[in-house]
Ligand binder design. Structure first.
Ligand SMILES: Nc1nc2c(ncn2[C@@H]2O[C@H](COP(=O)(O)OP(=O)(O)OP(=O)(O)O)[C@@H](O)[C@H]2O)c(=O)[nH]1
Ligand SMILES: [Mg+2]
Length: 237
């Protein structure tokens, strides 16, 4: 998501840079493109509206349009507001020592857990980690094949025991397998669930107790304004 967003923004700024002097209209046109790029990157529309308003207000100010390097000033403003938006502090994923690092993904149905599992696996592999994906959603039909298909696409192994095994068992066996095979990271894809679903919530606790994930990431839909992330949240949707 950030790669395509960054490409899009670069194109907008390049166009802006080719103009030299900037009029208010140039800035507004560029902000229209920024707005589209953010929306297409799944940023919540209210957040986008707010972001664009803030940047526009600063960017059409006298000190920008009358400056010698107006387009660089605009880039600086967008950059600063993006940092404000994403949070100035970058909290990296924790690593278990000794490994493997166990990461468990939880969240409501359809928020992007399985997709994020694959994205995260790819991200960590790029950092040189050996990653094992674990199919611990035994409830939704095709949940396992979905993860397997993603694993095949990325060439990342997927541990699964089919739909008859229990998720806590699957998780524990996957961890044993990962230790033996010297994987650095184990990412557990769990089934979507509601907090009021007691048995399913207990199942998460059992998985936790068996494999002690160092990170439990709550995946929420970033475009869904009803989401109320209460734990550490990762924008998956
Ligand atoms: N636009 C967009 N769509 C996404 C993103 N992540 C997932 N999706 C889509 O959202 C739908 C659900 O994604 P999944 O990854 O299957 O969600 P899940 O949380 O694993 O779903 P369950 O296992 O059924 O609870 C799929 O159609 C995905 O392609 C994202 O970052 N952006
Ligand atoms: Mg899933």
């Amino acid at each position: 998501m950030f790669e395509s967003l960054s490409d899009r923004l670069q194109a907008v700024f390049q166009k802006l840079g080719s103009k030299g002097v900037l009029t208010e209209e140039d800035v507004r046109e560029a902000m229209k493109q920024v707005r589209l790029a953010l929306l297409e990157a799944d940023v919540n529309f209210r957040v986008v509206k707010d972001f664009v308003a803030k940047v526009t207000e600063q960017a059409i100010g006298e000190e920008v349009t009358k400056s010698l390097t107006p387009h660089q000033q605009v880039i600086k403003i967008v950059h600063q507001e993006l940092i404000n938006l994403l949070g100035a502090e970058n909290v990296p994923l924790q690593e278990a020592r000794p490994g493997p690092t166990v990461i468990m993904l939880v969240g409501l149905q359809g928020t992007g857990k399985t997709t994020l599992a694959a994205k995260l696996a790819l991200h960590l592999r790029k950092k040189g980690k050996r990653v094992l994906l674990v199919a611990a959603d035994v409830y939704r039909p095709a949940a396992i094949t979905q993860l397997q298909a993603l694993g095949r696409q990325l060439n990342i192994p997927v541990y699964s025991e089919g739909t008859q095994a229990s998720p806590p068992d699957i998780a524990e066996h996957a961890l044993e397998h990962a230790r033996k095979e010297l994987f650095n990271v184990v990412i557990i894809d769990t089934a979507g669930r509601l907090q009021i679903d007691e048995p399913l919530m207990q199942e998460l606790e059992q998985i936790e107790n068996r494999v002690h994930p160092i990170e439990r990431l709550l995946v929420v839909d970033a475009t869904d304004r009803e989401s109320r992330p209460s734990d550490r949240a990762v924008a998956g949707g």
